[in-house]
Design a protein. Structure first.
Length: 114
């Protein structure tokens, strides 16, 4: 027998549904892959992703496909890049609330009138 399980990445973000096989020598038990869960994640609307936290799923902002800029300089930001903000090294993984030092609003071109 088989059952559907739900695979996550190292951050607990839902990746895909997969199949777990029943163990031949232990009927009723399944070979569930590491990082997979038996309960289905909630359907995530556009701009969000399901994330496993402890024993439950939650929906978090998903900015992994969004172009982001540093709010103070207007420089393009690459997900996961470490930058210095206020004398501190910070980075953003692309999911969760957008930190104040980032923006998804494209800056006006240099020299453009405001």
């Amino acid at each position: 027998m088989q059952k559907t399980v739900y695979q996550t990445d190292v951050d607990g973000l839902f990746l895909y549904a997969t199949t777990a096989n029943e163990l031949a020598l232990a009927p009723g038990l399944y070979n569930i892959p590491f990082g997979a869960y038996e309960d289905a994640p909630p359907a995530a609307p556009a701009g969000q992703v399901a994330r496993r936290t402890g024993d439950a799923w939650e929906l978090v902002e998903d900015n992994r496909g969004v172009r982001l800029w540093l709010a103070d300089s207007g420089m393009l930001y690459t997900i996961g890049q470490e930058v210095e903000v206020g004398g501190e090294s910070v980075s953003y993984p692309g999911w969760g609330a957008l930190p104040g030092w980032l923006t998804d609003a494209e800056p006006a071109p240099q020299g453009a009138a405001s």
